[in-house]
Design a protein around this ligand. Structure first.
Ligand code: ADP
Ligand code: MG
Ligand code: ZN
Length: 727
């Protein structure tokens, strides 16, 4: 079987990622597989590709109903025969799917573990021709995993009931304990074991001291104009506050936390998924049910509880493997807050484990040491390179500062007040603040009062952070702990040792872009293609990333494909996507190039060569697919009819007609397609809203016009306009 050909024509990729090929080959050979690959590692392809080649139906177990639909939409969008079976389907639809299953009429069937557990379901499966069974998010079967799902237990029976059916299990998280649990419970027999690196090279990790968190978040987002991202906050209250703050400043943001009712939560997630809002502000409750690949940043406004959580949450960025930014705002007060929660837990061992994990997290945030190394070490993986080139520490560099004298000033204030006060009071003393507490206690009379006025309170806070992180100060008791000087700390206070603080340097201007991600693509064109992607997705009822990933769009905005061959060369474009969306995207790009003749120079040499070699298609000649639509339209067939007879989506036909009208002189009459009054109404709306976006026009004329019609009229108007301009 030609797996490379399938990879290219169906998935549109030129090569396999690490590990994918051996997994695909093992499945095709009928062997069990156990694959641990990080988020974005490309697990779906590992089972989708064999499913597309093997006879029979591949059953995919997937834990979340909300993910299932997106995954099936994604599979269908590349031309796979996929379906899902869950409780969101009407009874009759379920029966239809079951009938297809039993006749072996689909390649992939996604089901939930609950479904598998239903009485009689396994019996029905037995009467169906199956190719193999893939278990996605396989860690859900383990009680040791972080999202154990009792329903996954039903999977234990599969091997017994289907001794000959190959099983393939995939997960993005597996400690060794979880790993052996999965293998045991699924009864995998001598599986091909693949463990990919947990490194996510496209993620840039950065930690900044937290000052005014909402302002800092806003500033970070302003560097990601038009790009989607998640902001994580610890408490529901802070989620609400940050979301409101961002909205007030014109950033489209919605909250998500367990305190919202299910309907609102669902709606907000959906809006984010569909790029209708730029940002979702959420507690850690958000993320499991999301497969959105074009998340360009994940910001943590507070310190996460543990490294596992941090890795999972940041891992949601950049699934498309394009650069993405993971930014953590950290203040040592988080430590106290989290410790306070941990100490409230009932069991001693939970408290101890919680504290161990928290101090690991604290080390990560506080040490000026490669973040990537720290993340990977958590997963027992060592990172070979000296400089990872993808974190603030490695990219911006660090400096060692001798802070002995300042440390002594702080410690002296602590010492002289009897080690009975918290960080903010100590800072107030050194800074020389005039608070009631200071006056009442007479702390304005101690020697260090006001000694550090000119450095500012924030500075003194960081000195305390540094001392705490190195164990020179200890903090005890409750949510607002008291600072104490440790034995090691006394060495510094009494001048027997120096206090060297290592800190990350501020980014230089030219390095700023590393953090912001890729800038080597045409942003203006990107915005146009993004809009087109969103509109075509809305019309097709799927999320935008199902049409094309950011990676594909970025590539289009670097290489400017002008014809089908060039379009096919874009990563992620297979033959079905070319057919469905090629013309629409190509026409925007061609038009853009006409408006920007200067772009010629930045074309990539490869594309340029190809352009020169092949006789470039003259602008006036129509592609085959356009011609076919034109012929049918001239015969008087409507959009739906053409779509049905060509086996394409009606939206695709509408994009053809849009272009045909735009080019004019094609023998088509707009009046054959639309009533003159409606035409005028739509034209007026385009005058009001401009020609770029269809959505406002469709919304203004709600119920009278759909995206297809609006699109065609837009083509017609633009054709008229260019005739006028020529005259
Ligand atoms: P996972 O399930 O492991 O988190 P996905 O299967 O969702 O990852 O894949 C992540 C992204 O990587 C998707 O956008 C997918 O299209 C892309 N991808 C997968 N395999 C390849 C490949 N061989 N070449 C390029 N992109 C790939
Ligand atoms: Mg996946
Ligand atoms: Zn690094």
């Amino acid at each position: 079987m030609d797996i490379a050909g399938q990879l290219h024509t169906v998935f549109g990729f030129s090569s396999f990622r690490n590990n994918q090929q051996e997994i695909v080959e093992a499945i095709l050979a009928g062997r069990d597989v156990f694959g641990v690959m990080p988020t974005g590692g490309g697990k779906s392809l590992c089972y989708q590709l064999p499913a597309s080649l093997l006879p029979g139906v591949c059953i995919v177990i997937s834990p979340l109903i909300s993910l299932m639909k997106d995954q099936v939409d994604g599979a269908i969008a590349i031309g796979l025969d996929a379906a899902y079976l869950n409780s969101t389907l009407a009874q009759s639809e379920q029966q239809e799917v079951m009938a297809r299953l039993q006749k072996g009429e689909c390649q992939l069937l996604y089901i939930s573990p609950e479904r598998l557990a239903l009485p009689g379901f396994l019996q029905r499966l037995k009467q169906s021709p199956l190719s193999f069974l893939a278990v996605d998010e396989a860690h859900c079967i383990s009680e040791w995993g972080h999202d154990f799902r009792p329903d996954y237990m039903a999977l234990s029976r599969i091997r017994e009931e289907f001794p000959d059916l190959p099983l393939a299990a995939f997960t993005a998280t597996a400690t060794r304990k979880v790993e052996s649990d999965i293998i045991r419970r699924l009864h995998l027999a001598d599986p091909l074991m693949v463990r990919a690196s947990f490194d996510r090279p496209n993620l840039f990790y950065q930690v900044l001291p937290r000052r005014q968190v909402n302002r800092q978040i806003e500033e970070a987002i302003s560097k990601h104009k038009g790009e989607a991202g998640i902001v994580y906050r610890l408490s529901r209250k802070d989620v609400e506050k940050s979301a409101a703050y961002l909205s007030d400043r014109g950033i489209a943001a919605l909250p998500y936390h367990a305190g919202l009712d299910a309907g609102e939560r669902q709606a907000n997630q959906e809006a984010f998924n569909r790029d209708d809002v730029q940002v979702i502000v959420a507690t850690v409750a958000f993320g499991m049910g999301i497969d959105k690949s074009n998340i360009r940043f994940v910001i943590h406004g507070d310190l996460p509880k543990n490294m596992e959580g941090y890795y999972q949450e940041t891992g949601r960025a950049g699934r498309d493997n394009e650069p993405a930014h993971c930014l953590l705002f950290y203040s040592p007060s988080d430590f106290f807050r989290l410790r306070f929660f941990i100490e409230k837990q009932g069991k001693q061992e939970d408290r101890e484990a919680g504290m161990r994990q928290l101090s690991r997290m604290l080390q990560f945030a506080d040490q000026a040491r490669c973040r990537r190394k720290a993340v990977l070490e958590y997963f027992d993986e060592s990172y070979p390179q000296e400089n990872c080139g993808g974190c603030d520490v490695c990219v911006h560099g660090t400096e060692a500062i001798d802070t002995t004298v300042d440390a002594q000033k702080i410690m002296s204030a602590i010492y002289r007040t009897g080690q009975r006060f918290g960080a903010s009071h100590v800072v107030d003393i050194v800074y020389g603040a005039k608070t009631k507490k200071i006056a009442a206690l007479g702390h304005d009379r101690i020697k260090t009062y006001g000694i550090g006025h000119k450095e500012g309170k924030g500075y003194w806070r960081t000195v305390i952070d540094g001392l705490l992180a190195q164990g020179l100060l200890a903090a005890d008791g409750g949510e607002f702990p008291l600072l104490k000087i440790t034995a090691q700390g006394e060495e510094i206070l009494f001048g027997r040792k120096d206090f060297i603080h290592r800190r990350v340097l501020q980014p230089q201007k030219e390095l700023q872009q590393e953090v912001q991600g890729r800038t080597d693509y045409d942003r203006e064109l990107f915005t146009q293609l993004q809009t087109l992607r969103r509109e075509m997705a809305a019309a097709g009822g799927v999320p935008p990333f199902v049409l094309f990933s950011d990676r594909s769009l970025h590539e289009m905005c670097r290489t400017y494909p002008e014809n089908e061959a060039e379009f096919l060369a874009i990563s992620g474009v297979g033959k079905v996507k070319l057919q469905e969306y090629g013309e629409a995207f190509l026409s925007v790009i061609r038009e853009y190039l006409l408006e920007h003749p200067e772009i010629e120079k930045v074309r990539s040499p490869v594309v340029e060569q190809e352009r020169k070699r092949g006789p470039a298609r003259k602008d006036s000649s129509l592609s085959d697919t356009l011609n076919e639509t034109l012929t049918m339209a001239k015969e008087g067939m409507g959009i739906e009819e053409i779509a049905a007879s060509r086996g394409l989506k009606s939206m695709t036909i509408a994009t053809h007609l849009e272009q045909l009208f735009e080019r004019g002189e094609n023998g088509l009459e707009i009046s054959d397609l639309i009533d003159p009054d409606l035409l005028e109404a739509i034209s007026n709306q385009f005058t009001v809203h401009g020609p770029i976006r269809l959505k406002p026009v469709v919304e203004a004329l709600e119920g009278q016009v759909d995206y297809n019609l609006a699109r065609i009229v837009r083509g017609y108007l633009s054709g008229k306009k260019s005739v006028k301009e020529e005259l």
